[in-house]
Design a protein around this ligand. Structure first.
Ligand code: FMN
Length: 400
């Protein structure tokens, strides 16, 4: 009988660090930094709130490793120890009650709106969405690629110096690491393109650079796509091969997700009803990955009941369950699942009732971002928050 006891079990990662339980709050971009990418008081208050919630690991929203390459307007940007004081305070608040705080490190590549001077990527393949919103990227030069690899390592070291307990490379959802992996966005003919071995060189070098700087005892994970779910893009078979390569390097945890801005599979878009019913969107894939690797696995996307979470672990399909959106509405969720006061969560459907508006895609993200903003302001989340109210607020802010 699946039970909360399963989720309560501590787990020791290959690097030797023990995580207190099996529940992970997956990354959700908070979009709440101060000007210049400085971590804000609001952000620290949000993590103080989550820190009371009992998750084994709290993974931060994606932190940018290069101020010239922001994914969203108010991302945290960490290139070095400039924000050591703020990062230390963030870690202290989040980890006060035993959760481990990990930093997710990202470079958006071509997948960023017009907030950067220019976009760079593996090749000059433009994101074909919302005409004009994403400009055509410039292919990176060899020396620039090495600089970015080194930058990932510097960001990881800054996190470690400030008392964070782990880092995660964002290798999923169509950002720069994904762009190098996919033949749709990587048309290079040098050592960074062509064969899978060449396309994976970028992420492997990032892994090696971070590992060199943080040492072998520090948790280092990656979030990777099971597939990009688009014709000609990164496939399941390729993902399994990259998982083999990452495993051979000594990765501590692999988080499985899927999709890109163009095909938002990570949020359950276009998933079959049967998949949604089984909750975890990438459940089939993780079973295949499990057969190939002994690296601890984390699965994110769709988990909503204690039953589904604990069964997946009891069936030895994975080691950690990743939960994102529910944490924005129920910040104490892990604690409640672990002490038996909650066995499932229901999330409201964010809808204006007008299909055209709902399908624009930003509403869901805006709704959950607003919940995080509330917590940062010291207010409880509001599960009844109206999509219309949010839309008006958003329009008022952008138009006036
Ligand atoms: C507001 C919001 C922001 C997100 N930001 C990130 C992010 O920064 N990095 C990331 O890897 N995933 C991000 N995600 C995706 C989640 O980590 C997760 O993969 C997805 O929401 C599915 O999990 P869930 O069904 O438990 O919500 C974000 C999701 C939401 C709703």
């Amino acid at each position: 009988m699946p039970s909360k006891d399963t989720l309560q079990q501590p787990f020791t990662l290959p690097c030797g660090v023990t995580i207190p339980n099996r529940i992970v709050k997956s990354a959700m971009s908070e979009n709440n930094a101060n000007r210049g990418g400085q971590p804000s008081d609001r952000l620290i208050r949000l993590y103080e709130h989550w820190g009371r919630g009992g998750a084994g690991i709290l993974i931060s929203g994606n932190v940018m490793m290069d101020r010239k390459a922001r994914g969203e307007p108010r991302n945290v940007i960490i290139e070095d120890d400039t924000y050591h004081k703020e990062l230390s305070e963030w870690a202290e608040e989040a980890q006060k009650n035993g959760s481990h705080l990990w930093m997710q490190i990202n470079h958006p590549g071509r997948q960023a709106p017009k907030i950067n001077k220019e976009l760079v990527s593996a090749s000059d393949v433009q994101l074909p969405m919302m005409k004009g919103m994403f400009s055509k990227p410039r292919p990176l030069k060899e020396e620039e690629i090495w600089k970015i690899i080194d930058g990932f390592g510097n960001t990881a070291l800054a996190a470690k110096n400030a008392g964070w307990k782990g880092v995660q490379i964002h290798g999923a959802h169509g950002y720069l690491v994904s762009q190098f992996l996919s033949t749709r966005t990587n048309l290079r003919t040098d050592q960074w393109g062509g064969s899978l071995e060449n396309r994976a060189r970028f992420v492997l070098e990032i892994y090696r650079n971070i590992r060199k700087k943080v040492g072998k005892d520090f948790p280092l994970g990656i979030k990777i796509n099971s597939a990009d779910f688009q014709r000609g893009a990164f496939t399941e078979e390729e993902s399994l091969e990259v998982i083999d390569m990452l495993s051979a390097e000594g990765m501590d945890m692999i988080e499985i997700s899927g999709g890109t801005y163009e095909k938002a599979a990570m949020m359950g878009a276009k998933q079959k009803e049967s998949t949604k019913k089984r909750e975890a969107y990438f459940a089939d894939f993780i079973i295949k990955a499990r057969k190939r690797t002994s690296v601890p696995l984390l699965l994110t996307g769709g988990f909503r009941t204690l039953d589904a979470m604990s069964s997946a672990i009891e069936n030895n399909e994975l080691d950690f369950v990743g939960i994102a959106r529910p944490f924005a509405v129920y910040p104490l969720l892990a604690k409640e699942l672990l002490d038996g006061t909650r066995t499932e969560v229901h999330l409201p459907k964010t809808t204006t009732g007008i299909k055209k508006i709902d399908q624009m895609g930003f509403l869901d993200i805006a709704w959950y971002s607003e919940q995080m903003r509330r917590m940062g302001d010291g207010i409880e989340p509001n599960p009844k928050l109206s999509a219309w109210k949010l839309l008006f607020k958003y329009l008022r802010k952008t138009l006036f």
